[in-house]
Design a protein around this ligand. Sequence first.
Ligand SMILES: CC(C)(COP(=O)(O)OP(=O)(O)OC[C@H]1O[C@@H](n2cnc3c(N)ncnc32)[C@H](O)[C@@H]1OP(=O)(O)O)[C@@H](O)C(=O)NCCC(=O)NCCS
Length: 340
Amino acid sequence: MSKPFLHPQSLVESPHIGAGTRVWAFAHVLPSAVIGSDCNICDHVFIENDVVLGDRVTVKCGVQLWDGLRIEDDVFIGPNATFTNDPLPRSKQYLAKYPQTVVRRGASIGANATLLPGITIGENAMVGAGAVVTHSVPADAVVVGNPARIIRYVAPREADVATVGAGTSDPSVRVRGVQLIHSPTISDLRGNLNAREVGRGLPFVPARYFMISGVPTTAVRGEHAHRLCKQLLVCLRGSVTVICDDGSERQEFLLETPEIGLYLPPMVWGIQSKYSSDALLLVLASHNYDAADYIRDYPQFLTERRAYAAATLERSAGQPTAPAEERRTASGQGGGRPGH
Ligand SMILES: CC(C)(COP(=O)(O)OP(=O)(O)OC[C@H]1O[C@@H](n2cnc3c(N)ncnc32)[C@H](O)[C@@H]1OP(=O)(O)O)[C@@H](O)C(=O)NCCC(=O)NCCS
């Protein structure tokens, strides 16, 4: 690979610049910064010491990367995007250690966006121009505004969208533990009857139910995983989209009939969006409401999911723990998030 190109008017004090990386005029890189290969560091960029950039990262003009920043491979940072590393800044007062802000692989930060300290921008996420990002952004989410809110998810691949309709054959479900559970409607002159009972269309004893209707927007409504609670989602009227994610596979289901329930086991990340204006969603739950049962942070979910998958596999095998690599192969989870 070619050596890095350092423009004669740049000031690069770090020796850690990867092959093929180009650093343009008036950029300043401090001595301990680490920059991977094939990056493009444009004019007037400033990179402090405790900063690590992966490979093929683009940093457009006028960006400052402060101590505590970790930028993974293939990230795009738009012109004049602003990072911060001190939540309560005071002149001449310095933190002993700066909070870490992480921009995961493949994410993009729009022009002039501002990111508050200590957050994580998920893999492949997209931060809109001028957004003020106050919380971590989940993988694949598109956020805009001040404070930034999710407006949609990056379009899933066609193969990842499954319409679950009456009369259509079931799509193959790839997200571990998720099931489509049928309950045919019986119709006669008196009307239509659709019923489920435990063991027949209902895979657990429900402790509660709740219904969602009148959602005023097609934007995202629910987004979390449960540690213990099982759920069955039945769309009684209209349509709603549910994205299911087991940390490895992600699939989107369009629910539009009460005849098919979507079973969400514990430790599967679920996102509901695109409610039609007449949508009525019934959710049957195996446990009473408990705020501690919710995981609302996607990176936290991924951490717990890995531990959960390993523990489940060990229990089912009933034998000594296999090396981590073997466990991943045996469970069919290759690590990472293929297909996004
Ligand atoms: C966030 C972004 C990716 C969304 O693109 P999109 O999915 O095609 O979205 P749309 O243009 O369809 O807009 C959807 C809605 O979000 C709003 N919106 C889009 N981008 C917005 C932004 N940055 N801030 C606030 N609102 C925004 C639109 O006004 C629209 O609202 P409406 O439905 O009420 O009219 C894009 O607008 C953006 O900001 N891209 C970054 C551009 C950039 O900084 N490039 C840097 C390299 S030069």
